[in-house]
Design a protein around this ligand. Sequence first.
Ligand code: C2E
Ligand code: CA
Ligand code: CA
Length: 550
Amino acid sequence: MSAYARRRSSGVLFLLIYPFQVSLIDVSTLRPSQRPSDTHGSLSWPWLAALLPLLMGGPLIYWQAERSLEHQAQDSLRRTLTEIEQIFDYADNATREVATLIGADCRSAELTLRERSMATPFVRSLNLVTDGDIYCTSLRGPIRSPEEYERYTQGRLRLMPGNLVTPDRPLLVFRRFTDKGSVLAGIDAQYLIDALQLGGHVVPLTLEIGDYRLDADGKTLSADATRPAPIAAVSSSRYPFSLQAAPPVNGFWQFLHTQFDLMLALLLLLCVMFGGGAHWLGQRRVSPLRELRRGLKHDEFVPYFQPFVDNARNRWQGVEVLMRWQHPREGLIPPDQFIPLAETSGLIAGMTHRLMTHVVEALKPHADQLPPDFHISFNITEAHCRDQQLLEYCRQFLASFPPGRVTLVMELTERGLLVPTRETNHLFSGLRHLGVRIAIDDFGTGNASLAYLRQFPFDYLKIDRSYVDMVGRDSVSRHLLDNILDLATRLQLGIVAEGIETPEQRDYLSQRGVRYLQGYLYARPMALEPLLATLGTPPTRASLPEHAPS
Ligand code: C2E
Ligand code: CA
Ligand code: CA
């Protein structure tokens, strides 16, 4: 089935449900694929909806990330504090055990000092001090070096960037003092560095003792050196040191990105889903009526032409103008899908006017090539007859062509029954006065009675193709068709038969004196270019597949 044919079948559905669409303008029943996105107001909503999860979830994730960061920092600080206090506890024990040796001869104390330092985890050396001088060390025995006790924080801890034994490695000195002097325990700062790294690398920790700081990379800095404000800190209640947690190395956003990547991805997915959902709903909300108005405003309704023949003279007699919607996204939409709504909404009159203007623009430059007394027929409905505007349209139309060059025909469909009033009488006599011919269209499908046919001055009767279809069928069908033909003859109306597809139908109708024939057998509805080519060829030679279906 072609796209065109598919649209036709869905048009039936449209016809069945369009009354609801008129009353509930916002409830569109058009297929989603038929709804253009360029209708007002629907563009910004998807973006707003897409932003919604971000606006609501963004601050929540930010707050959650801040809390998580703080929590991680506090946790690292607590664990590292305990670890470092334990290291100092060992030094505290070892210094207590050898404090009795203060003042003793170094030669006799040296071995005990060495044994103690070797037996104590983390402690590298033990040293004895009297009178402000270190006089004995577990590493080298007797020495003489100033203690510099004033450099110890609260007289207990000293962080040294390096020392004589390991000039490139920081050293922590733990000091215990008594009345007789003091004991110093050297602790390799690597243990402290390891402890600082315990909390991982997300939140870097630093150890601060007096004037110096030691960071997790093993660097010692002056406490005054500039640094980013810590996000959390903790001080030991047992030893004079504190720990500080610096902001994440690569910044908070990097932290957010690495730690909350799943939630961010979920948020992004929600944004897409909300945006997509709003877009889809927006598309659904597009009202067909609003869309029709938009199409009219953008002049999207264009004429197609279906030529018909004068069978008696075997020549092209004229064209029926059939409206098409040249939709920017959907392509060419057939009339059954929008004409019913255009009629009930009252837009049809304006659309016909535009259509007539288009036809003038298209055919006027070719007026000379048109066969003599060329009929141009337009479809009108009862809605066109409510005022006198049509008169003006017809006057303008006829004035655009040289006098007598074309015959304007209005095909009034029988589907909506017209009630004769003063207005309609005035309109019909006005049309007649202008020389406009009137045809009753779709004859046999509606409610037209004999009286109706007499009340309006019809010139032609157009037999609906459903009757033409009956040719060659059962005898009852043929009887119906014959009756309609008889009626038209008795009313002295010109007969046009539409929907002729087979030579059999053509022959049957010709034999019964039907003069004007229209149908795919001769030509399909077509655009201007093929129409001009078709009109240049005698009707008998026109063949079915020559022109692509509209
Ligand atoms: P209609 O006035 O009965 O027009 C004839 C329809 O039959 C056209 O369909 C035409 O393409 C189709 N047709 C012609 N020959 C054959 C054939 O041999 N076989 C078959 N199967 N179909 C044939 P189209 O163009 O889709 O128009 C459908 C209806 O839409 C028209 O029926 C008419 O009622 C309405 N319409 C079209 N243009 C206008 C317009 O400008 N104004 C108004 N008010 N209605 C229009
Ligand atoms: Ca028609
Ligand atoms: Ca018809």
